[in-house]
Design a protein around this ligand. Structure first.
Ligand SMILES: Nc1nc2c(ncn2[C@@H]2O[C@H](COP(=O)(O)OP(=O)(O)O)[C@@H](O)[C@H]2O)c(=O)[nH]1
Ligand SMILES: [Mg+2]
Length: 290
């Protein structure tokens, strides 16, 4: 039976530290020229949301998709086509291994030149272009900052003349990167979006509950053609989430005396396998759906 996730109330979770992070980001925005908005390649539309428009105002922005290694390559190609048709750059990265990261700075510079052109600026820029990487929790902002910084490790260090807490990492070609990324809270439109954001780790597991996340994942995997079901000695998607959790529990030894299973532990394992890409590569937002 189809689970009706929309019957469930939104958690309304908005921790105080997120409010603080939002304010801190506003302060950072004043220091920078261009925002690199990092989204999750597994949810290109759900991880992009109106909260960003509110957060960034008219600050020049470049939208980039991370964790492409976990997304369905065919869906990514369709997303690339759709984005390019709309005149947007379509940069899909894997900040973990560095795939695609080398294309980021040239794209930043191109975007910035376009912005200057639109503004009618003709004078050469005499100071470095300042970048901020921003996005919702867990999309890989810190990983990307570290990767960009690592390539230029020798140059990392505080610079005089800038506020002491703010450190700029000099990159190639007159670009500086703010060393700490900006965190934005995702806008949660409906329960399924909230659950998907939970699956990609942008909302704390304990808020939504691992067993509910597992049910959402089961529901999504049901519609996927290429799932690594043999991981749990299965040949196809079980009829319901209980069947799936049972298979996980048997495989991982989460069995209780008397024949029951440790349901939550099985759910935790299932979610971890999904996040690590062990079940396959999936994209939850179809480019043709919107
Ligand atoms: N598979 C994969 N994992 C990534 C990638 N980028 C980051 N991660 C992992 O995602 C998790 C969150 O990354 P982090 O940089 O802390 O995200 P932040 O909250 O946006 O700063 C970490 O476990 C990273 O190792 C990527 O491109 N692919
Ligand atoms: Mg971080």
């Amino acid at each position: 039976m189809q689970p009706d996730f929309e019957k469930l109330a939104l958690t309304g979770w908005y921790p105080g530290h997120m409010l603080k992070a939002g304010r801190q980001m506003q302060a950072k925005l004043a220091l920078i020229d261009l925002v690199v908005q990092l989204l999750d390649a597994r949810m290109p539309s759900r991880s992009r949301n109106p909260a960003f428009e509110a957060a960034f105002g008219d600050k020049p922005r470049l939208v980039v998709f991370n964790k492409a290694d976990l997304a369905d390559p065919a869906a990514t190609r369709r997303w690339e086509d759709k984005l390019r048709a709309a005149g947007e750059p379509a940069l899909f990265l894997d900040a973990h291994t560095g795939g695609g990261v080398g294309r980021l700075l040239p794209l930043v510079r191109d975007t910035w030149e376009e912005v200057r052109c639109q503004r009618g600026t003709v004078r050469p820029m005499l100071r470095p272009l300042r970048l901020l990487i921003a996005g919702i929790p867990n999309v890989g902002k810190s990983t990307l900052v570290n990767r960009l910084a690592q390539r230029h490790k020798a140059a990392v260090g505080p610079k005089p003349g800038v506020t002491r807490q703010v450190q700029w990492i000099p990159l190639q070609g007159g670009v500086e990167l703010l060393d700490s990324p900006g965190v934005i809270w995702p806008r949660i439109a409906d329960k399924e979006t909230e659950l998907c954001l939970g699956l990609i780790g942008s909302i704390h597991d304990s808020v939504l509950g691992e067993e509910l996340l597992a049910e959402c994942l089961w529901w999504r995997l049901r519609r996927e053609a290429a799932v690594n079901w043999p991981l749990y000695a299965l040949t196809a998607c079980p009829e319901n989430v209980d069947g799936l959790l049972h298979a996980v529990a048997v495989r991982r030894g989460h069995l209780l005396p008397g024949g029951g299973i440790h349901r939550r532990q099985a759910a935790v394992d299932l979610i971890q396998d999904y996040r690590a890409g062990r079940l396959g590569r999936f994209t939850f937002d179809a480019p043709d759906a919107t």
